[in-house]
Design a protein around this ligand. Structure first.
Ligand code: FES
Ligand SMILES: [Fe+2]
Length: 451
């Protein structure tokens, strides 16, 4: 682990006033799993990171060479390509890759490029018996072996036994397919070793892809990503949820390739200058209008337990008795994990997964995606196809209540880009603890790319 990560003592480090996350866990009505008791705060210094990371094509090129061409990255779900011949196009930073289900059921990934004169092999996701280039008809089998060259007498220079599609390393974790464009990369198990054990009890592989919404955002991909890496912005951007969110009491944990921000729900923000009533908290957390009645919380019951019980009953419809395995915290808190560089699965039953990518080679444009995973009983339902929102279409039209919050976040993004293009500052300023996941992301970028 890099020199940049210094252990902090959770009991003595500077922190917000108000109840700590670990103290909230002590109130839980169920047994709290070990994974939530982990604490891994890190001191990564207080330095600034260059504004040019967001504003220059040069930094995008560095990211492409040293990060996107080298790193393990989430490409698609296994359930996106269930049948033999199914293929999925995954694009990153101007490059395109094909993820293919082969005849044996194995998953392979190739550069999406014909070995003749380079045409993209497949523009669209779909199903095919072979990978035939539409330009002159060179054709490969699903397993990447050369199948056919029209008029092959005219290519005496090619070794046809070995003229196969180059294979990328592929890995599967919890139903997510990861690829690495670097054929010499380090093993995936090594890359994901901090994150994988923490998800054992949540079994994301047992969920199905219920929704997948994507939108082009007019900002650098890191601006979009970093908007979801701290809860410090809640008082400025989402003041309406402060009555039921312990924003600045979030617990932030940093490991090597993974980090998490846990933001407690059904507790109020320490930044409020009053203590909200339970009715006020319920209106916020349940999105109830002022003229509508709120449910009664039994005497002596904590709001967190009350909300967790409701969530548990909802979950029971789909998950059966497994719903009782979850503690209150797993049902009401935001457990936002990040696997470097851009994969964000939420822990527990939430089933939310974010991904942020550069949009082609435009460093001022990003692809932001939200995937919703859900439990099911019986046969696995088909995976949702990606729904692309139009530039002026709000996230709320694709994601309901969560989308309303995204719309507030999204409103900031082009303004952050515009501000960074105009600022006289050379670096962005980050807090020591609450924004330490953002600092971790930049520290990792420094490790991969250099200054
Ligand atoms: S470029 Fe693909 S067959 Fe010619
Ligand atoms: Fe937000």
């Amino acid at each position: 682990m890099a020199e940049a990560y210094k252990e902090l003592d959770p009991d003595t480090m500077p922190r917000s006033p108000g109840i700590t996350y670990q103290e909230l866990l002590d109130l839980d009505s169920h047994e709290v799993p070990d994974v939530l008791r982990l604490q891994s705060p890190k001191d990564m210094g207080l330095n600034e990171f260059p504004v040019t990371r967001y504003t220059t094509a040069r930094y995008h090129e560095l990211e492409k060479e040293h990060l996107w061409k080298k790193v393990w990255q989430f490409a698609c779900r296994e359930e996106d390509i269930p049948e033999v011949g199914d293929h999925y196009r995954y694009d990153i930073a101007g490059m395109s890759f094909l993820v293919v289900r082969t005849e044996t059921g194995e998953i392979k990934a190739y550069p999406n490029a014909c070995l003749h004169r380079g045409r993209m092999l497949k523009e669209f996701d779909g199903n095919a018996a072979e990978l035939r280039c539409p330009f002159h008809g060179f054709c490969w089998k699903l397993d990447g072996k050369l199948n056919d060259i029209p008029a092959d007498w005219d290519f005496p220079q090619l070794d046809k036994d070995n003229f196969n599609l180059p294979e990328l390393p592929v890995a599967l974790w919890a139903g997510f397919i990861f690829i690495n464009p670097d054929q010499e990369c380090a093993p995936f198990d090594e890359f994901i070793k901090d994150l994988a054990p923490q998800f054992e009890r949540w079994n994301l592989g047992g969920l199905y892809k219920q929704a997948h919404v994507a939108k082009i955002m007019p900002c650098n991909w890191k601006i979009a990503q970093e908007a979801f890496c701290e809860a410090y912005h809640v008082s400025g951007t989402h003041p309406q949820i402060m009555r039921s969110l312990g924003d600045v009491n979030s617990q932030i944990d940093i490991w090597d390739n993974c980090a998490r921000v846990i933001t407690p729900g059904s507790t109020h923000s320490p930044l409020l200058d009053y203590t909200p009533t339970q009715a006020e908290m319920l209106r916020t957390v349940m999105d109830i209008d002022h003229d509508q009645p709120v449910p009664e919380v039994p005497d002596g019951m904590h709001m967190r337990e009350f909300m967790a019980n409701r969530a548990r009953e909802n979950l029971r419809e789909h998950a059966g008795e497994k719903a009782d395995l979850y503690c209150d915290a797993e049902l009401v808190d935001s457990l936002d994990y990040t696997l470097f560089p851009n994969f964000h699965p939420w822990g527990a039953f939430n089933g939310i997964v974010y991904r942020f990518r550069p949009n082609g080679n435009d460093h001022r444009s990003a692809i932001m995606e939200c995937i919703m995973m859900a439990p099911f009983q019986g046969e696995r339902p088909p995976a949702a196809e990606v729904r692309w929102l139009e530039p002026d279409e709000p996230w709320s039209s694709g994601l309901g209540y969560l989308g309303k919050v995204f719309d507030q976040d999204s409103f900031n993004m082009p303004k952050v880009q515009a501000g960074l293009e105009s600022t006289y500052q050379t670096g962005v300023v980050l807090s020591g603890y609450q924004e330490s996941k953002v600092r971790w992301l930049h520290t990792k970028l420094t490790e991969w790319i250099g200054e």
